[in-house]
Design a protein. Structure first.
Length: 296
């Protein structure tokens, strides 16, 4: 039996690799999805709430398609918008202004709440993607130049968004706690107070990293919303995310899950680092969470 020539095999492999890279960087990365989930987490008899969850925009001023798609989310007409961090994609003033302008265009009936992630504080830097295949131990150490996050926060607050970083408060009768980024040690878990006896109010926790989820679930929050994972960003069909970049099991890298008595929603996010501009089997997303009363 004659052996197959090596050259055609190599050419085929190179061609296949180029096709996958082109798809991941040019098509799927810009193939935005609006996903919907029904979450039975409200007290019995409560009125349904529509929550728009956006996360990990990594927005840059030149990303006009993403900005237009985000502005189009106004059609959702949510009661509440929650943003779980990593809004900024670089350290330019133009990106900061574009981020504020884009998010200001999405209205909500009750409130628009947000926390920050490490990529709001620090600009992106080139990284070896294989480092994410190693199990993460300890806190991450950001290395990028400072981002204009204070300028972004001021602009969003002028547009009536509300920063809830490491804050516990009541919003429209909802018991809310917000956590700064646990991935870099900025969170304050002590603010997640245990549910008081007889307190039947809906309790909502907003955090950038799912690393905050165990403590929030233990404190009795009904719904925990997080981002940070990018859904793994590179997934294998039939297997799922290769990595989560957090302490959660791989199967919880994105989507809606039951977690220690709470509901946990992890957004796969809308963006990527400018130094890793690709997604495979993990479309960028925003999510509509239709909150309905639980059975009991």
């Amino acid at each position: 039996m004659r052996a197959m020539p090596i050259a055609p095999i190599l050419i085929g492999l190179v061609g296949a690799g180029a096709s996958v890279a082109g798809y991941a960087a040019l098509l799927e990365r810009n193939w935005f999805a609006l996903r919907r989930h029904i979450v039975p987490c409200l007290p019995p008899g409560a009125e349904q709430l529509t929550v728009l969850h956006i996360s990990d925009l990594h927005l840059r001023a030149a990303q006009r398609r993403k900005r237009a798609w985000l502005r189009g989310l106004a059609r959702v007409e949510p009661d509440l918008i929650v943003g779980t961090g990593d809004f900024l994609g670089d350290d330019s003033d133009e990106t900061c202004a574009a981020t504020v302008e884009t998010l200001a265009a999405i209205p909500a009936r009750i409130a628009r709440l947000f926390v920050l992630g490490s990529n709001d504080y620090y600009g992106p830097v080139p990284k070896n993607p294989l480092r994410y295949l190693r199990r993460r131990a300890g806190l991450a150490t950001p290395h990028g130049a400072p981002n204009p996050w204070r300028q972004m926060v001021a602009g969003l607050e002028d547009a009536e968004w509300r920063l809830v970083n490491n804050r516990a408060l009541e919003v429209g009768g909802i018991d809310v706690v917000g956590m700064d980024d646990a991935h870099i040690g900025k969170d304050d878990p002590s603010l997640a107070s245990p549910r008081a006896a007889g307190d039947e109010r809906f309790r909502l926790a907003i955090a950038h990293s799912p690393d905050s989820a165990p403590g929030l679930a233990a404190a009795g929050y009904d719904l925990i919303v997080c981002g940070h994972t990018h859904g793994g960003q590179v997934c294998v069909p039939g297997f799922g995310a290769l990595v989560t970049n957090c302490s959660l099991p791989r199967e919880m890298a994105s989507g809606l899950h039951r977690f220690d008595g709470a509901w946990l929603h992890v957004s796969a996010g809308l963006g990527t680092s400018m130094y890793a501009p690709y997604r495979i089997a993990c479309r960028p997303e925003a999510c509509v969470l239709e909150l309905v009363p639980r059975d009991r």
